[in-house]
Ligand binder design. Structure first.
Ligand code: NAD
Length: 248
């Protein structure tokens, strides 16, 4: 405990899954955490961990700027919001394209832009972005749009790291394999008919992981805390793969 003692941390999409586990892990390490999500009801229970909660749709630029201003100068920003479309280059629609780039990429530009002056004023900070192993790292079937946006997150991460390296601001991203979260359950359900049942659809996701199991959100949170904490102070611009051997 105490690896983030006194650090002001801001997390998007903290209502469930990796964002929620990360907010709790940051608070357990002494961070002063503001946890946000579009769906305020999903933030229930986080106050018990000493976390401040706030409804925030990261697609709303003015709301993003207001929330980050209200949180005060940040030491840590974790951009977790993202959506996984299941499509191919031929089935992807214009609306899906625009939505995915707005949520998975553009929203990170907005939060980072809003947080940078405060971080610079404090002499540094750590930005952690959610990418995926499915990105420029590797392709995955039926993940055309998702992989394209997550590759953009890696590019965005490296650009921010480059621009701010002399100001003490680090920017890294994590590239998970398959993590057992509520939205994965929805993707499994969506694939059940084609796979011949829910069990089969889940087994197909598990089979991608060389370790023969899915990750937990807490395993992702451990990497988020590392990238946020002073112990990673020499690490910047990196896309860190955490995938149970998917890319072996
Ligand atoms: P999830 O998909 O189960 O939950 C997403 C959360 O985001 C929800 O609480 C939802 O209310 C919130 N949200 C959705 N739109 C929002 C918006 N516009 N503004 C604010 N909040 C919004 O969580 P997860 O599976 O842990 O995924 C989180 C991130 O991790 C995503 O960026 C996802 O792409 C990435 N990721 C997930 C996996 C996986 O296997 N689950 C793997 C690699 C990367």
């Amino acid at each position: 405990a105490g690896r983030l003692a006194g650090k002001r941390c801001f997390v998007t999409a903290a209502g469930q899954g990796i964002g929620r586990a990360s907010a709790i892990a940051m608070a357990a390490e002494g961070g002063r955490v503001v946890a946000t999500d579009r769906d305020a009801a999903k933030l229930a229970g986080l106050e018990a961990h000493g976390i401040e909660v706030r409804a925030l749709d990261v697609l709303d630029d003015a709301a993003v700027a207001a929330a980050i201003a209200a949180a005060g100068p940040l030491d840590v920003l974790f951009n977790c919001a993202g959506f996984v479309h299941q499509n191919t280059v031929e089935t992807c629609t214009d609306a899906e394209w625009d939505f995915a780039f707005a949520l998975n990429v553009r929203s990170m530009w907005q939060t980072i832009r809003a947080a940078l002056p405060g971080m610079a004023g404090r002499g540094g900070g750590a930005i952690v972005n959610m990418a995926s192993a499915c990105s420029s790292v590797k392709g995955a079937p039926n993940r055309f749009l998702y992989g394209t946006t997550k590759a953009a997150v890696i590019g965005l991460t490296k650009s921010v790291a480059t621009e701010y390296v002399t100001q003490g601001i680090r920017c890294n991203c994590l590239c998970p394999g398959t993590v057992d979260t509520p939205s994965l359950g929805e993707r499994i359900a969506a694939n059940a008919a084609a796979a011949g049942g829910l069990e089969q659809a889940r087994a197909a996701f598990v089979a991608r992981q060389a370790m023969g199991r899915l990750a937990t959100a807490e395993e992702m949170a451990a990497l988020v805390v590392y990238l946020a904490a002073p112990e990673s102070t020499f690490v910047t611009g990196q896309a860190i793969v955490i995938d149970g051997g998917w890319t072996l």
